[in-house]
Design a protein around this ligand. Structure first.
Ligand code: PNS
Length: 166
């Protein structure tokens, strides 16, 4: 039987506990999950794609279940390259649904072999997004328990760099 490989794509700028919760939920369902970090430099991310891949790798390393890669171009083409047929996406609230529904159907249209499955993160993380994480961090809010400490440390360093160059 061929391995059940899932791809968990996203910007992960930065990764937070909601994302890690989804990765953990993949364990009983798949043989392997490839965390696929989109190289969307045009969105002016806080971290480069290499930094994001590095941080995620640090959090999941030593674990044969999870691989971390970057990709650009169409997600369905990346799926073919890694031999995966399942896209995993987190669904936090009804507000996520429309965008996710469109992407799932477009991806299926582009490659009928591909299915998208949605997973709900733990309720504690249902309001969490990378965008809010960055905003709260920049304004000095406490993100303990929402963002892993090594990521918070990198964010502090990046904020220091940003302020020094202003
Ligand atoms: O975490 P995000 O930013 O919501 O993730 C969006 C992502 C990376 C899943 C989506 O933008 C994507 O798949 N981009 C790759 C380009 C692509 O395949 N576009 C067509 C999607 S239907």
């Amino acid at each position: 039987m061929s391995a059940r490989i899932a791809v968990y794509p996203g910007s992960f700028d930065p990764i937070h506990h909601g994302h890690l919760d989804i990765i953990a939920r993949c364990r009983p369902l798949f043989d392997r999950v490839v965390v696929a970090v989109l190289g969307n430099e045009e969105k002016a991310p806080m971290f480069t794609v290499a930094e994001r891949v590095g941080m995620i790798h640090e959090l999941v390393r030593g674990d044969g279940f999870c691989r971390v890669e970057s990709f650009s171009g169409l997600l369905v083409d990346f799926m073919d390259r890694v031999g995966a047929a399942t896209i995993v996406r987190g669904l936090r609230a009804v507000s996520d649904f429309e965008y996710e529904f469109q992407m799932a159907l477009m991806n299926r249209r582009l490659n009928p072999r591909v299915e998208t499955v949605f997973m709900m993160p733990k309720e504690d993380f249902s309001y969490l997004s990378s965008r809010l994480v960055k905003e709260v961090f920049r304004l000095g809010g406490n993100l303990e328990g929402l963002v892993p400490p090594p990521v918070l440390a990198r964010m502090a360093a990046r904020l220091g760099e940003e302020r020094a160059t202003r």
